[in-house]
Design a protein around this ligand. Structure first.
Ligand code: FAD
Ligand code: MLT
Ligand code: ZN
Length: 482
């Protein structure tokens, strides 16, 4: 239900925004005019599962404008939703009702880069891939990579504390982000764009914004530590018989590739089959395997690393840990192998929709959830090849290196009966194993009701206190998170 404490937008409000932002391209006005389809991309999420009814989208061009906008909204009790690339997977980046969308796309400048320290300072609206391409020219790398890199923004990445494909090598944004510039709902600009690796002077307040999902302020600038780019990138893709073998392979990879290992990703056979069907792209190996893994190494010597990777593969195949495998021979093949992993989320949507769960689970038990979930769907008569069955399949993939499973249930249509089988069953399953119901995507609106499965009442009370402190009027991304 829409909270009646929030004001409804009037033409006078819009007039103020128009005058303040100065340029017509910075505003999408559905109050005075019919914005038609133009509003749609800002109102609906990547999965097309959540749809809001914003009548106004504003695109500030700098931090001062963000400050003016938020102060005005706060003074006038206008609710807002911060929006980056709108690639989030929990419905956090779109309005629930008529919140004003504050989209950061125009704040896309690199502010500075120091190639000795590797510290990058950039606007929150810089697209991740743009930041990484800029760094590539300087022989550095952004310490985060994910399938949505072409659209997601670094401000959105920080706001969600995105994990991604190389966390096992470069660690979490909680460690790599050195400083932030953020705007509070009352317009205060928090200038904490620290460029120091060490700074133990008081509370580390930026951490509240990292993973804060736009509930206490808008991130307008980021200072981040970027590692040197490796000269050599090698990728292997292999098939395995069981999840036990996947674990053995992971142990061996850490053992033999330790310092050069930069990704260890898992895809079950079903996710690969669906990727193959939906994309039309061939799979790299002959035959079918119940599990596949993708390993990436980043080191300083291509030949040396490739030898290491080939020796690893030979060893694990000799020991019958791995059934079959391939090492990419050139850039095209590296792309093709990564495509089999990165392309999974997009192509699972092919049949109509997907129920997505992003979970941290003790590594040994990670895959049992997928098996149990599939059995559950079968038993309920919901899974099958025919059109009358809503569920296409139950699949698992994810960041094996971080014990982060993506349980996905692709469906022909969203269906209450499927939902009832999945929730809260999945969350109870995870709770019993002391896992997390949100490993890297956040809570947004999708996971908000289930926070209690991963966080105690005391923790939730502390969250509320922080929210009330920073956003006493509750205008920032309401109806989500807390
Ligand atoms: P949005 O979707 O626009 O917003 C996400 C949340 O952050 C919202 O709550 C929004 O209000 C808030 N927000 C956005 N910008 C700001 C800001 N400047 N200040 C304050 N709050 C803000 N996620 C992973 O963790 N790992 C993955 O491997 C991964 N892979 C993905 C692959 C695909 C194909 C897709 C579609 C998504 C994937 N994601 C992944 C999820 C998503 O891309 C990330 O959560 C990403 O960090 C979101 O960035 P964004 O700019 O699109 O943010
Ligand atoms: C991924 O790892 O591919 C992303 O987190 C997206 C997803 O969960 O589908
Ligand atoms: Zn992921």
């Amino acid at each position: 239900k829409r909270d009646s404490k929030f004001a409804e937008l009037t033409p006078e409000h819009v007039k103020w925004f128009r005058e303040t932002l100065g340029t017509d391209s910075a505003i999408l006005d559905g109050v005075n005019q019919d914005a038609g389809d133009d509003m749609e991309p800002f109102n609906s999420d990547w999965m097309r599962k959540y749809r809001g009814h914003a009548k106004l989208v504003v695109k500030p061009g700098n931090t001062e404008e963000v400050s003016k906008i938020l102060k005005y909204c706060n003074d006038n009790m206008l609710a807002v939703v911060p929006q980056g690339g709108n690639t989030g997977l929990v419905g956090g980046s779109v309005p629930v009702f008529d919140e004003i969308v504050i989209n950061l796309a125009r704040m896309n400048q690199i502010r500075s880069f120091d190639d000795v320290s590797g510290i990058l300072v950039a606007d929150g609206g810089v697209i991740l891939e743009v930041a990484d391409n800029f760094l590539a020219e300087k022989n550095h790398i952004f310490p985060l990579d994910l399938g949505a890199k072409g659209s997601c923004q670094i401000g959105g990445n920080v706001a969600t504390n995105a994990g991604g494909l190389r966390l096992l090598r470069y660690g979490s944004l909680h460690g790599n982000v050195l400083g932030l510039e953020a705007v509070l709902p009352d317009g205060t600009i928090v200038d904490d764009l620290c460029k120091l690796r060490k700074n133990n002077t008081g509370y580390d307040i930026k951490q509240l914004f990292i993973g804060g999902e736009g509930t206490i302020g808008i991130i307008t600038g980021i200072s981040i530590l970027c590692p040197q780019r490796s000269n050599a990138l090698n990728v292997a893709y292999f098939g395995l018989e069981s999840f036990e073998k996947v674990q053995e392979a992971f142990r061996e990879a850490k053992n033999q590739l330790g310092e050069i290992l930069s990704a260890f990703e898992l895809m079950d056979g079903r996710s690969q089959k669906l990727y193959n069907t939906a994309s039309g792209n061939r799979l790299p190996l002959e035959g079918e395997h119940p599990f596949y893994c993708l390993i990436e190494t980043s080191g300083s010597n291509t030949e040396h690393d490739q030898e290491k990777l080939e020796a690893f593969l030979e060893h694990v195949m000799g020991e019958e840990i791995v059934s079959d495998g391939v090492v990419a021979q050139d850039q095209t093949q590296i792309k093709e192998l990564w495509g089999c992993r990165e392309g999974v989320p997009e192509h699972l949507g092919h049949w109509g929709g997907v129920y997505k769960y992003d979970l941290s689970i003790p590594i040994g038990e990670m895959y049992s959830l997928v098996e149990e979930c599939r059995e559950r769907m079968m038993k309920a008569g919901l899974l099958g090849d025919s059109e009358d069955k809503p569920v296409v399949d139950v699949v698992g993939y994810g960041h094996m290196g971080d014990a982060n499973l993506h349980l996905n249930v692709p469906v022909r249509r969203y269906d209450k009966a499927v939902e009832k089988e999945l929730e809260p069953w999945v969350y109870e399953w995870v709770q019993k194993r002391h896992g997390s119901i949100s490993a890297e995507h956040g809570l947004g609106i999708a996971k908000k009701p289930f926070i209690g499965y991963s966080r105690s009442e005391t923790m939730v009370r502390l969250y509320k206190q922080i929210k009330d402190l920073y956003d006493p009027n509750g205008i920032m991304n309401p109806y989500k998170y807390i």
